[in-house]
Ligand binder design. Structure first.
Ligand code: TYD
Ligand code: MG
Length: 470
């Protein structure tokens, strides 16, 4: 009989080592290697067998991706449309690229309590209302708890959802059996960390279990043609447990993030084989579940008081333009060890802008603790928000505000020059529509902005930008 072979797998990067060592030679992380036993039988899993159960196609007649595909000439491929199951929640579909794809596996990650189960339950109800069958596998909550949430989210509509199946099971073999019996179009597994295979000598949530269960689900999705969404909890460091381990196995990785105090939630794709990773979905958690925010971003109030340290700008999220508020605070710290912290802004960008303000803007910030944040849980990684962040810092430092309703757009270069931003006309149009009255923009784009209806301050350098604050 062939012997089981044990190798050691890094929880962080997925690298495989023959021996246990304290530090992963691939990614350099300490104490991340876990024993992983590959039995010869499972290494040669035949097509049609998942977790030891032979399984045949559920929707193979209906979907293109459900059956193992024959080779086709590349030129014919644009004729084949990717079939989709829309979740019916537009903000969710936007991020997915139109809906979940039959035969694919998507991973939905997020911190506990952020609303993953809520989102999936709401999506399940809409998919079932659209005439499809959904199996919701919950390994964390009791059926009564889930029914309670269902009632809270959907009210009396729950009674009409005869094709929404619920299963509270953690053993993957039994989950696969239920999938074979129910033949769902969509399987929701909440969560992958709790699923396990009894034939593996490792606890649920371990690298071995996660890897094997995820592989089984990918296999299952391919064979049955069902779309699968699995929930993955994010560790406190902010990464999916065993991130790289699952990321390369699944077809899409979605991150659900948010600002708990305000109820704002942002859904984004960090990987998507069937769509863009630029689009974001915006939600608000309320008393009856997640509400979609079609008009993302903040409202602009030109009649409010001007607040030092608060600057409005706009960020592009895929095809949408979102007005956002950048806030900064400075306070006296210690020269040489002043703190610089950013929430929702890029830390390197923040450090660079502080250096430009010092060098080319005549600001003395070396002994200032500087905090910067984006209000509303949206992350701004675009250089187009540079000037807004710089003016927020300088404004906070001197106690000066921009005129209310003023928006700021522009990338700041290392020599203090203000560079143009892409899509400025779309941004200005949207900002004007949302209530902006004036804009600080790069001088090179003054012409493009002339018909925006806003009072324009065109600036070429950081000094001129700071002068608008006076
Ligand atoms: P949940 O979907 O259980 O989060 P996750 O699956 O990501 O752990 O959501 C949990 C939180 O959402 C919980 O703190 C309560 C809140 N919530 C609402 O505010 N309104 C609602 O309608 C629901 C269902 C939950
Ligand atoms: Mg949950």
């Amino acid at each position: 009989m062939a012997k089981n072979r044990t190798s050691y797998l890094c929880r962080d990067c997925g690298g495989v080592q023959a021996k246990w060592i304290g530090r992963c030679p691939d990614c350099g992380a300490w104490d991340t290697l876990e024993a992983f036993t590959e039995s010869p039988a499972s290494a040669t899993t035949t097509v049609g067998t998942v977790a030891g159960i032979a399984i045949s196609g559920i929707n193979s007649g209906e979907t293109g991706t459900g059956v193992l595909a024959k080779a086709v000439p590349l030129v014919e491929i644009d004729q084949l449309e990717v079939p989709r199951i829309p979740t019916g929640i537009e903000e969710f579909d936007r991020v997915l690229g139109g809906g979940v794809v039959p035969g694919s596996v998507a991973l939905l990650g997020g911190e506990p309590g952020i609303g993953k189960s809520t989102l999936l339950m709401q999506a399940a109800a809409r998919v079932v209302a659209g005439g499809r069958t959904v199996l919701y596998v919950s390994s964390e909550e009791s059926p009564q708890q889930i029914r309670l949430r269902g009632d809270r989210l959907l009210g009396s509509a729950v009674a009409d959802l005869a094709d929404l199946y619920l299963c509270t099971e953690t053993n993957l073999v039994r989950i696969v059996e239920e999938i074979r019996r129910v033949k769902p179009d969509l399987v929701l597994l909440d969560s992958i960390q709790m699923a396990y295979r009894g034939d593996l000598d490792a606890p649920p949530g371990s690298t071995t279990q996660l890897r094997r269960c995820c592989h089984d689900l990918v296999q299952l999705a391919k064979i049955t043609g069902a779309a699968v969404v699995v929930v993955g909890h994010v560790t406190k460091e902010g990464s999916l447990a065993g991130p790289k381990l699952l990321e390369h196995v699944v077809d899409a990785v979605l991150a659900f993030e948010g600002d708990r105090e305000h109820g704002h939630r942002v859904l984004r794709a960090t990987k998507n084989r069937f769509g863009s990773t630029q689009e974001i979905g915006l939600f608000e958690m309320g008393g009856s579940g997640l509400q979609q925010l079609e008009e993302g971003g903040i409202a602009i109030d030109a009649s409010g008081p001007g607040l030092p340290g608060s600057v409005l700008t706009a960020t592009m999220a895929g095809t949408r333009c979102l007005p956002v508020e950048i806030q900064a605070l400075t306070s006296t710290g210690f020269l040489g060890s002043a703190k610089r912290r950013g929430t929702g802004v890029d830390a390197n960008r923040l450090a660079m802008l502080i250096a430009v303000l010092e060098k080319h803007g005549g600001q003395r910030l070396a002994d200032q603790d500087i905090f910067a944040a984006v209000a509303g849980g949206i992350r701004v990684s675009e250089p187009a928000a540079d000037l807004a962040l710089a003016l927020a810092i300088a404004g906070a430092h001197h106690g000066r505000a921009l005129r209310p309703g003023t928006v700021v757009l522009g990338e700041v270069g290392l020599t203090g020059e203000i560079r143009s931003v892409r899509g400025i006309d779309q941004r200005l149009r949207e900002l004007a529509r949302r209530g902006a009255v004036a804009a600080v923009i790069p001088r090179s784009q003054a012409e493009a902005a002339s018909d925006s209806g806003l009072e324009i301050h065109a600036v070429a350098g950081i000094g001129a930008g700071l002068a608008v604050l006076e």
